[in-house]
Design a protein around this ligand. Structure first.
Ligand code: TRP
Length: 340
């Protein structure tokens, strides 16, 4: 019996931050290590190009960075297939066939695409590739016959659209070639969306409010010391607020079971007055470094040989390609366009 398949990935448009880490990376490593699934993790460089066409060099650099992020958090190429989207031409071919099953109106209704179009300010110049990326995402997922797709909540509409496409294909060509995937979403609402250091609802590159897995210890220290707390907590003896205080918000997310009692005691002390921000920040820094220091060490090791990192991606891509080619061949047979 083959194992259920998990497929997931990221757009390589930078480096990964703590929001990615608690929102998905940690969970992927756990799923990988359970060894109950066949896991595929990929870098969606073609999707990144849909709104960064002129920045292909930056995307290449990001592929190196994100691959290092993956390896350093514990994704293991002997357990998971790690690959690059653009190296699997079968995905583009599947996209081509699926496009005929999706109306323009349906694409324009996709809530995630809608929001992104507004955010990116494309105006009248929406790249066609951008508008159809949900279809290419459906190709990514169905090419591997993924049963489960662990992603953030913002990706729900993509999974929904993938399910529609799979259903429509199977119905149109009277077959059962494609699998309707299920999304796996973050259980913990708080971890599902990590706010930025400045208290902004989202940690993001453009807002400059993130801690990156590749930050050195001194950078992490400075960033933690700059975190948004309670602007009215001016003197140590003043009572402080924990709601909206990023230090306590992060402690709730990054503290483990064994830290709970101490965190609760600190919250009480802070609200009563007499506990300074520097102390709470130092405590948070210790907790973060407990996780980040080993990741950072592993990253430095892997970064010594980027040639090896890209060879790992090449091997993963070759493996992934075989799987996608098999699905494509089934798709073409179902459509009756295997002429020779
Ligand atoms: N859309 C995802 C993101 O923006 C990346 C992605 C592309 C993806 N194809 C996928 C995620 C397939 C899961 C499955 O991060």
């Amino acid at each position: 019996m083959s194992k259920p398949i998990i497929l997931t990935g990221d757009r390589p448009t930078g480096k990964l931050h703590l929001g990615h880490y608690v929102g998905s990376l940690k969970n992927r490593v756990l799923l990988q290590n359970e060894e109950k699934y066949d896991m595929f993790v990929f870098l969606a460089d073609q999707q990144a190009l849909t709104d960064h066409a002129r920045e292909s060099a930056a995307i290449k650099e990001s592929i190196g960075n994100v691959a290092l992020d993956y390896l350093s958090v514990g994704l293991n190429p002997t357990k998971s297939t790690i690959f690059i989207q653009s190296q699997i031409p079968e995905l583009a071919e599947l996209t081509m066939y699926y496009m005929n099953l999706v109306s323009l109106a349906r694409l324009e209704r996709n809530p995630t695409v809608k929001t992104e179009i507004a955010q990116k300010g494309f105006g009248e110049s929406i790249p066609t590739g951008f508008l159809v990326y949900p279809i290419s995402q459906a190709a990514d997922i169905t090419a591997f016959k993924a049963n489960f797709v662990p992603v953030g909540n913002d990706q729900k509409p993509m999974i929904e659209q993938t399910r529609e496409i799979a259903r429509s294909f199977n119905h149109t060509y009277n077959c059962e070639v494609l699998v309707e995937p299920e999304g796996i979403y973050p259980e913990n609402e708080k971890a599902g969306r990590l706010p930025g250091l400045d208290g902004n609802a989202k940690m993001s590159k453009s807002l400059g409010n993130g801690i990156y897995l590749s930050d050195d210890a001194e950078t992490v220290r400075k960033k933690v010391m700059s975190m948004y707390t309670d602007p009215n907590h001016i003197r140590v003896e003043d009572p402080g607020q924990i709601e909206g205080n990023m230090v306590f918000h992060y402690l709730d997310i990054f503290g483990t079971e064994s830290d709970k009692d101490e965190i609760e005691a600190m919250k009480e002390h802070y609200q009563r007055g007499g506990l300074g921000d520097v102390k709470t920040k130092r405590y948070l820094l210790d907790i973060l470094e407990r996780e980040l220091a080993p990741i950072r060490e592993r990253r430095l090791e892997y970064a010594k040989d980027m040639g090896e990192v890209f060879r790992m991606l090449e091997e993963g891509s070759q493996k992934a390609r075989q799987v996608a080619a098999q699905t494509l061949s089934e798709v073409k047979s179902a459509m009756g366009i295997n002429y020779f």
